[in-house]
Design a protein around this ligand. Structure first.
Ligand code: ATP
Ligand code: MG
Length: 341
C-alpha cells in the first residue's frame, strides 16, 4: 500500500484520526463554519465550535455528521476533506482509510459514507462497525473464540456489540447519546427554572454535574443563561441532582440497549463477558457513576479501558495494519471506480 494508512472515527460530535507510527494525530469537533452566501469553508473543528451561538448572520455553522452517519453529503465531504488534508499535508499518494460506521446500516447508507470519504480525498476506503473498531482498539485477540462486550456511548449513538474471534456476534445501535442529554438539560432549565441556556452551556453542565448515580456529597455549579421572563442575562445555581433528574431517561435508554443485547447473546459468550466484564468507551463513558449504574443493571462488572474517545480510531488503524484481517472477515476496500461514483 502506498499513501498513509488512516484509522478514522467519524462521530456525530467528534472526528478522530490515527496513523501508523504516530497514533492519534487529529481529534476535532465535527463542526464546519461556512460563508452563508458562497458556501466557502471558513473554519473547521475547534475553531468553528467556538463560534457556536456567537457568529454573525453571514456565517452558518453546520454539524454534517449525524448519529455517525452522514446527514448532508456535500458538507460532510467538505469537513472530512479539511481534516484529511490536515493529516496528509503535501503527500502525493492518496491515503487508505478505515472508518467507523454505526452497526446495522443499509447498503445505501454505507455507500453514501464511502462516497463521501473517497470524494474527500481517500484513495481506498473501508467501513468497520464502530463497536468492533472500539473492541479492536482495546486489544481483543483476533483468533480466539472468546466473547468481549463493548459499549460505546458517543454524542449521538450508543453502540453495543459482543465480539468474538475479531468479528461481531451480536450488535445493536441505539440513537441515544450525549447530545440527547444536552437537549434534556436545556428543556429542564427552561421549564423548571425559567432559564434559557445555549448548547455549549448545557453540555458543560452535563460534564461537570451529570451522573448516573447519586453522589455522596452535594455538588452545585453556578452558570450563566438568559432569564426567560425578561430576556436579561442572569447567573443561576444548579445542582447535580437536578441534572441527574433531567438526563435520567437517557441513562435508562442506554441501560436498556445493553440488557437487550445481553438477552440475545449466546450463553457461552455471556459467560466470557461475566468473567471479563463489560468494556465501556466513548465520550459519555466518563460520566459519574455510569459504570456503577450499568454494573447494577446487568449484574456484570464494568471496565473503562481509558482513551475512551480514541480507541475506535486506533481500532480502525489496527484493522488496516493487521495483515489479512479485513479480507478474512469480509471487509473489502472500495475506490471511486469500484463504487461507481
Ligand atoms: N465526562 C463526561 N461526562 C459526560 N459526557 C461527556 C464527558 N466527556 C465527554 N462527554 C460527551 O461525550 C460526547 C462525545 O463523545 P464521542 O467523542 O465519543 O462522540 P462521537 O464519536 O462524536 O459520537 P457518536 O459515536 O455518537 O457518533 C459528547 O456528547 C460530550 O459532551
Ligand atoms: Mg463515536
Amino acid at each position: 500500500m502506498v499513501g498513509l494508512k488512516i484509522g478514522l472515527d467519524i462521530g456525530t460530535g467528534n472526528v478522530t484520526a490515527a496513523i501508523e507510527g504516530k497514533g492519534i494525530v487529529l481529534s476535532e469537533p465535527a463542526v464546519l463554519a461556512l460563508e452563508r452566501e458562497t458556501g466557502k469553508v471558513l473554519a473547521a473543528g475547534k475553531e468553528a465550535l467556538n463560534m457556536t451561538g456567537r457568529c454573525p448572520d453571514a456565517i452558518k455553522l453546520v454539524r454534517p455528521l449525524l448519529s455517525g452517519g452522514i446527514s448532508n453529503l456535500e458538507n460532510s465531504k467538505l469537513l472530512l476533506r479539511t481534516f484529511i488534508e490536515r493529516i496528509c499535508k503535501n503527500k502525493i499518494f492518496k491515503p487508505t482509510i478505515a472508518a467507523t460506521m454505526p452497526a446495522g446500516l443499509t447498503n445505501l447508507e454505507k455507500r453514501n459514507i464511502l462516497a463521501c470519504i473517497l470524494n474527500a480525498g481517500a484513495g481506498r476506503a473501508v467501513l468497520i462497525e464502530e463497536p468492533l473498531a472500539a473492541a479492536l482498539g482495546t486489544g481483543v485477540m483476533l483468533d480466539k473464540p472468546y466473547g468481549t462486550m463493548i459499549v460505546n456511548i458517543g454524542a449521538g449513538t450508543t453502540s453495543v456489540a459482543v465480539v468474538t474471534m475479531g468479528s461481531i456476534a451480536v450488535a445493536k445501535s441505539a440513537k441515544i447519546g450525549g447530545t440527547d442529554m444536552d437537549k434534556k438539560i436545556k428543556t429542564y432549565l427552561k421549564t423548571n427554572r425559567g432559564v434559557a441556556v445555549g448548547k455549549l452551556t448545557a453540555e458543560e453542565l452535563k460534564i461537570i454535574l451529570g451522573g448516573a448515580e447519586i453522589r455522596d456529597e452535594s455538588v452545585v455549579a453556578i452558570s450563566k443563561g438568559k432569564d426567560m421572563t425578561d430576556g436579561m442575562p442572569m447567573f443561576f445555581e444548579v445542582t447535580a441532582e437536578e441534572i441527574n433528574f433531567a438526563i435520567r431517561e437517557c441513562i435508562e435508554e442506554i441501560g436498556k440497549a445493553i440488557t437487550e443485547v445481553l438477552e440475545v447473546t449466546p450463553p457461552e459468550l455471556v459467560r466470557d463477558i461475566t468473567d471479563d466484564g463489560i468494556f465501556l468507551c466513548g465520550g459519555v463513558s466518563g460520566m459519574y457513576g455510569l459504570d456503577k449504574y450499568i454494573g447494577n443493571q446487568t449484574g456484570i462488572k464494568v471496565k473503562t479501558p481509558g482513551r475512551e474517545t480514541e480507541i475506535a480510531a486506533l481500532g480502525c488503524l489496527r484493522a488496516l495494519c493487521e495483515e489479512n484481517y479485513l479480507t478474512e472477515n469480509g471487509y473489502h476496500f472500495v475506490t471511486l471506480e469500484t463504487l461507481g461514483v
